[in-house]
Write a protein that binds this ligand. Structure first.
Ligand SMILES: Cc1cc2nc3c(=O)[nH]c(=O)nc-3n(C[C@H](O)[C@H](O)[C@H](O)COP(=O)(O)OP(=O)(O)OC[C@H]3O[C@@H](n4cnc5c(N)ncnc54)[C@H](O)[C@@H]3O)c2cc1C
Length: 437
């Protein structure tokens, strides 16, 4: 492997919640031509099929770790660089794998991606547990979406019809039936929709498991931030760390979550247009069996949810705020979480607070992730997962593995929907059109 020894460095500017404010390093690893967007033909990366490569993954959230794990399993020499793996949005995430109950009228392509990934989760979790010795608390007990007033019930019925039309399995329950399946629900609940196929995991355990599995596979984790790409002849050929050292690679996978749009010196149109979408979340110490399902509902105009863990923990989520790179936990945010959760399940206010935090979801203009070859040879993107990065992790890893192997393989349809080139300037758009003709 053409790489450096792992280096352990402090990461200046990391705040109490583990988020970074040091992304604006003036240092860039770029040299040579930045003419990738001028290239007329070569957009998709074409390695020799099956060849083992040196792969550098930038970012150790659930996306980067999953890709790194699958790449190491496939025999590639993997180095993952992140000053603090698992400390980004993944640390905050509730871990719902809920494409059905999260479906919205305008987001059918996202639903299809979510369903495909949901199907991969049981084997992903089982294999990860076998390889790491860490159980990720994968539970597939379903989501119960509840309603209070006549308007809510009408919206629920409409949604049930929409879901039925898409072939999704949901059950419409009366208020009494809702309380029979979830006795802790508020007496005011008048009806609900049960999505029995929805599931969830504990993202912090997923991080621990992936790191253990990576170590077992001999991958290198470098605890340093990446300042820029190392570019040769217009192609990404590695990364330059904040300390100045270069890790050479055949392929660079950029999976830096909400920070993926700010790698220094990369030509315009190559990096994805991700923005941070702040989410505050709270964890409570409950008792096993306090809730059996993930419970959701629209309260005071915003969507609130409670996710029960196997050890009794109850997760209350989550705010959605356009606040830039701000990870402060605010009194107002916590108040909203508790107020809304109490409307759904009044007993939550009796529980002890275990943890509060905020994370930055990597949002994109069309709410779809950005997965696959960028408009620069050697660079692959695995980011932009917004509210569904945990759900989409197995699919992300599978799609990126196919691309490392030379093309989208069985994921041609998903690759088209998620192509990084869909946001590019004129040249990237033309290449996108040619590629998907
Ligand atoms: C409150 C909240 C609740 C959520 N709930 C759910 C849920 O229930 N289900 C679901 O599927 N999704 C959920 N999400 C969304 C999910 O957390 C994200 O989509 C997912 O974690 C994104 O993963 P990531 O690996 O892309 O980014 P992150 O987890 O943010 O990881 C990015 C990593 O990149 C590193 N990094 C950044 N810049 C650099 C650099 N220059 N060099 C090296 N490393 C760098 C960071 O240190 C970080 O570790 C939630 C998010 C939030 C905030």
């Amino acid at each position: 492997m053409r790489t450096l020894k792992p280096v352990r460095t402090a990461y200046p500017g990391r705040n109490r919640l583990g988020a970074s404010d040091a992304r604006e390093s003036g240092e860039t690893g770029l040299r040579g031509g930045l003419a990738a967007l001028d290239r007329k033909d070569l957009i998709r990366i074409m390695p020799a099929k099956g060849a083992n490569m040196d792969v550098v993954v930038v970012g150790g959230g659930v996306a980067g770790l999953s890709v790194a794990w699958r790449a190491a399993q496939a025999g590639h020499a993997v180095t993952l660089a992140d000053p603090s793996p698992g400390s980004g949005a993944t640390h905050a995430a509730a871990g719902m794998l809920a494409p059905v109950s999260e479906v919205s009228y305008t987001e059918e392509p996202l639903l299809r991606l979510g369903l495909a990934s949901l199907e991969l989760w049981p084997s992903f979790a089982a294999e990860l547990a076998r390889e790491s010795g860490v159980d990720v608390d994968h539970r597939a007990e379903g989501t119960l979406d509840v309603a209070f007033g006549a308007d809510d019930l009408a919206a629920l019925d409409e949604m049930a019809g929409f879901m039925g039309g898409l072939g999704l399995r949901v059950e419409r329950l009366t208020g009494r039936e809702c309380r029979r399946v979830e006795p802790m629900l508020a007496p005011a609940v008048r009806g609900g929709l049960l999505a029995p196929g929805d599931a969830w995991v504990d993202p912090r355990r997923v991080t621990a498991a992936l790191l253990a599995a990576l170590a077992r596979r001999g991958a290198t984790v470098v605890a340093e931030h990446v300042a820029g790409l190392a570019v040769e002849g217009g192609a990404a050929r590695g990364v330059r760390l904040g300390g100045g050292r270069v890790i050479a690679a055949d392929r660079v996978v950029l999976a830096a979550g909400a920070w993926s749009g700010s790698l220094d010196g990369v030509p315009p149109g190559v990096l994805p247009p991700v923005r941070p979408v702040k989410g505050q979340i709270m964890r409570l110490h409950g008792a096993p069996g306090f809730l059996g399902h993930c419970v959701r509902g629209v309260v005071h105009g915003s969507s609130a949810y409670l996710v029960p863990r196997g050890d009794g923990e109850i997760v209350l989520g989550a705010t959605q705020e356009e606040m830039g790179f701000d990870t402060r936990v605010t009194a107002g945010g916590l108040w909203e979480l508790l107020r809304d959760a109490r409307e759904l399940v009044p007993g939550v206010t009796e529980l002890e607070v275990a943890d509060v935090c905020a994370g930055l979801r990597p949002g994109t203009p069309d709410n779809l992730p950005v997965l696959g070859p960028a408009a620069m040879e050697g660079l692959l993107l695995a980011t932009g997962h917004h509210r569904g990065g945990v759900l989409l992790a197995p699919l992300t890893a599978a799609m990126l593995m196919a691309e490392l192997d030379g093309g989208p393989g069985p994921y041609a349809r998903e690759a088209e929907v998620c192509s990084p080139l869909r946001f590019g300037g004129g040249t990237a758009r033309a290449a996108f059109a040619a590629h998907h003709r």
